[in-house]
Write a new protein. Structure first.
Ligand code: GLN
Length: 256
């Protein structure tokens, strides 16, 4: 079995270790004898190449990089990405990339970037005077938003650093509820969004390092769509990943 990972704009969109999500996804596949190949998506990538993707990963970026990739995304990649998502291909998009998958992102200088509108959400940066949302992020998952998610751990941990505030419309569901940190906007306790099998999140980390259940959910979804059969993934020894995950909870939300 082989999975092709489409990695969106690695040169421009990979802040705070988001490249780690690509490494972790590949390694967890390799440990189970599943091959991966990485398609580094940039303005030269053709529709045909992109259509081969079995999973799409996107990282964060600052406003400048976002404004550089948006026209290529809109003019050459938007329709294919929507088709891939609608076909059930999984994706994980962190911070700056999901801002571009929503309807609009208003940058810190007031310029509005028109996004792909795949995720029903809008993001607004209120300018340099409004404090950024920075720090560790602990949440409870909306497990019902994730098809066939069966792991017993209903929590996620990450690290956020964003100025944009995201507001969800009715066409998406939140990925999680904030227990500690800011999440989408610091107001309504929502964190991220889910569209089909695609996850938007403000959690860097790299996210998958402390959330192996989400890594495996993405692998299972990708195999399921590609090979059209129910896949049972071999268990891995995740004792240290879970220790890191749980440590964040005992540090920030100690049980009384
Ligand atoms: N430029 C965006 C913001 O500040 C995204 C930042 C990021 O990806 N970490 O909101």
């Amino acid at each position: 079995m082989i999975l092709t990972i489409a990695w969106l704009y690695p040169e421009l969109m990979s802040t705070y270790g988001d490249r780690g999500n690509v490494i972790i996804f590949s390694q967890r596949c390799r440990w189970r004898g599943i091959e991966t190949s990485i398609l580094r998506v940039d303005e030269k990538t053709t529709t045909r190449e992109l259509l081969n993707a079995d999973i799409i990963l996107g990282g964060g970026a600052q406003d400048r990089q976002q404004s550089l990739v948006i026209s290529d995304l809109r003019e050459r990649k938007g329709k294919v990405l929507k088709d891939l998502f609608d076909a059930g291909k999984p994706g994980l998009f962190v911070c700056g990339s999901p801002q571009l998958l929503g309807h609009t992102y208003q940058m810190a200088d007031g310029t509005v970037l028109k996004g792909l509108g795949i995720f029903d959400m809008e993001t607004k940066h209120f300018g340099k005077d409004k404090p950024r949302c920075i720090g560790n992020l602990l949440c409870t998952l909306h497990t019902e938003a994730l098809e066939e998610f069966s792991h017993e751990k209903p929590t996620i941990v990450g690290f956020e650093n964003h100025g944009g505030r995201t507001y969800l419309g009715s066409g998406v569901v939140p990925f999680a509820t904030v227990l500690y940190g800011k999440g989408n906007n610091g107001e309504d306790k929502t964190e991220g969004a889910v569209y089909k099998n695609c996850i938007a999140t403000y959690s860097h980390g790299p996210f998958l390092s402390k959330n192996p259940h989400i890594a495996d959910w993405l692998i299972a979804r990708a195999l399921n769509v590609k090979y059209a059969k129910d896949v049972v993934l071999a268990e891995l020894d995740d004792v240290y990943a879970w220790k890191a995950h749980d440590q964040m909870f005992s540090r920030y939300l100690p049980k009384k």
